[in-house]
Ligand binder design. Structure first.
Ligand code: ADP
Ligand code: TRP
Length: 331
C-alpha cells in the first residue's frame, strides 16, 4: 500500500556516491520508497552545466542507479529514470521561462556564489557562468511540477530551489488559474555531517571519501587511511572525536556501538585494531548490496531496462501535466 502523497527528487550524476551521500541523503529516499509513490531521477541535464564529458555523465548515471537498486529501492513504488529521457521536461522548462522573473534567478544562491567569487577575484562577474547554471532553478522547477510532486526531499543547499519551484508554480497559477500543486521541500533529518578520511566533512571536493560500494580491498585500504591522533594502544581515547567511531556507529546496532565506545574509553585498543573492527562491520553490512551492485554494473542493459520502465511510468504523468499547461498557455 502506498500513501497518496507523491515524493520526488533528483540526484545529480557528478560522482560516485560515498558514505556521506548515502547516509545523508540516499538512505532516507530508499526508506521513503517503501511507503510513498516516488519519482527519483538521475538529473543528467543538471550535470551538464559543469560536466561536458558525455561518458562521465553516463558512467555516474549507471553508478547511482545501480547503487539505489542494490541498496533496496522499492521499484514497485518508484519510477527510477533519467531526467533527459522525458521529452516533456524540455518543453515545460521553456513554458516556465515565460512566467519566471529574471530577478528570481539573480537571487539563486548558486548563481550568487559564482558572481561573488568572480567579483572577489576581479574577473568579469559572469565569467564561467553558462545559461544552464543561471536558469538551473527553472529546470528544477519543471522537474518538480511535471510530476505533481507533493514532497521534495533535498539537502539544505537545495531548499531555496524548491521554494523557487513553489514561487514559479504560484506565478503560473496566478496568471492561468489553478494548475500546479505547491510542492513542499523536506530537509532530511540531520544525521550530522559524516566525517571523511581526514576528519573534515566527507566530500568529493576534499578527496577524502569512502565510496559506499567499492570493492572490498579498496574499502579496506581507505579505512586504513583514516587519520587518527597519535595515542598509544594502551591509552584511553575519546570515541566522539574519532572518525573511526563516528562512522562505526552509523553502521552498527546499539549494543555493538556501546561495546566499541567502551573499548575506546577503556584503553588497550590501538587505532589499527579499531580500523579493522570498522572495516569488518561495514564490509558485513554492505557485502550483499555490493554483489548486486557489481552484477548490475557488469550488465548495464539490466539498469537500462529499469530506467526505461521508470521513464515510461514518468512519461504517463508528465504528458498529462504538459498538455494541460500547453493548452492553458497556447489554447
Ligand atoms: P559532495 O560534498 O561530495 O559533493 P554533494 O554536495 O553532492 O556531496 O551531496 C549530495 C547529498 O549528500 C546532499 O544532500 C548532502 O547533504 C549529502 N551529503 C554529502 N556529504 C555528506 C556528509 N559528509 N555528511 C552528510 N551528508 C552528506
Ligand atoms: N539540484 C539538485 C542537486 O544539485 C538535483 C535536482 C535536480 C533535484 N532536479 C531536482 C532535486 C528536483 C530535487 C528535485 O542536488
Amino acid at each position: 500500500m502506498t500513501d497518496e502523497k507523491i515524493v520526488l527528487t533528483g540526484i545529480k550524476p557528478t560522482g560516485i556516491p560515498h558514505i556521506g551521500n548515502y547516509l545523508g541523503a540516499l538512505k532516507s529516499l530508499i526508506d521513503m520508497s517503501q511507503k510513498y509513490k516516488t519519482f527519483i531521477f538521475i538529473a543528467d541535464l543538471h550535470a551538464l552545466n559543469s560536466i561536458h564529458d558525455a561518458r562521465e555523465i553516463k558512467q555516474h548515471t549507471y553508478e547511482i542507479a545501480a547503487l539505489m537498486i542494490a541498496m533496496g529501492l522499492n521499484l514497485d513504488n518508484t519510477a527510477l529514470f533519467r531526467q533527459s529521457d522525458i521529452n516533456e521536461i524540455y518543453q515545460l522548462t521553456e513554458f516556465l521561462m515565460n512566467v519566471t522573473p529574471k530577478g528570481l534567478m539573480n537571487r539563486a544562491h548558486s548563481y550568487k556564489a559564482m558572481v561573488e567569487k568572480n567579483t572577489e577575484s576581479g574577473v568579469d562577474i559572469d565569467s564561467g557562468i553558462n545559461m544552464g547554471l543561471y536558469t538551473y532553478p527553472i529546470l528544477m522547477a519543471a522537474d518538480i511540477l511535471l510530476y505533481n510532486s507533493d514532497i521534495v526531499p533535498v539537502g539544505k543547499d537545495q531548499k531555496q530551489h524548491v521554494e523557487f519551484a513553489r514561487d514559479i508554480a504560484g506565478y503560473f497559477n496566478n496568471i492561468y488559474g489553478e494548475t500546479f500543486k505547491l510542492p513542499e521541500p523536506v530537509i532530511g533529518e540531520d544525521c550530522g555531517l559524516i566525517p571523511g578520511l581526514d576528519g573534515r566533512k566527507m566530500s568529493k571536493s576534499y578527496d577524502n571519501t569512502i565510496p559506499l560500494l567499492c570493492p572490498r580491498n579498496e574499502l579496506k585500504k581507505k579505512i586504513m587511511r583514516i587519520i587518527t591522533d597519535s595515542k598509544a594502544p594502551e591509552e584511553s581515547k575519546n570515541p566522539d572525536e574519532s572518525t573511526i567511531f563516528l562512522i562505526y556507529k552509523l553502521f552498527a546496532n546499539t549494543n555493538e556501538t556501546a561495546a566499541l565506545r567502551k573499548r575506546f574509553l577503556d584503553g588497550g585498543m590501538g587505532y589499527g585494531e579499531a580500523k579493522t573492527i570498522l572495516f569488518e562491520k561495514i564490509d558485513s553490512v554492505l557485502s550483499e548490496p555490493r554483489e548486486r551492485y557489481e552484477h548490475l554494473m557488469a550488465t548495464p542493459s539490466e539498469i537500462d531496462t529499469i530506467l526505461n520502465q521508470g521513464a515510461q511510468r514518468a512519461h504517463i504523468v508528465a504528458s498529462k501535466v504538459l498538455s494541460k499547461v500547453k493548452k492553458k498557455m497556447l489554447g
